[in-house]
Ligand binder design. Sequence first.
Ligand SMILES: [Zn+2]
Length: 76
Amino acid sequence: MNIYYKCKHCHVPIGKIGVDSVNTVNLGFEDLSELERQEYLSYDEEGHLHVTSICEDCYEMLIKHPDYHALDTFIQ
Ligand SMILES: [Zn+2]
């Protein structure tokens, strides 16, 4: 299976990791609450894991303009 990372703000694909099996313990997801898992993690019909994250561009934007954090999207 693959793990796909996508930016929650601009929806740009950030990266893809191929893994032999789902071992979320090694991916840091154990720190997420159940609600956060539901919000940030999803599986598609082929069993691939999709992770909602944030890309470097949006991260820098949030650092410079923290107010944008309240907006769902700020595509320019
Ligand atoms: Zn982004």
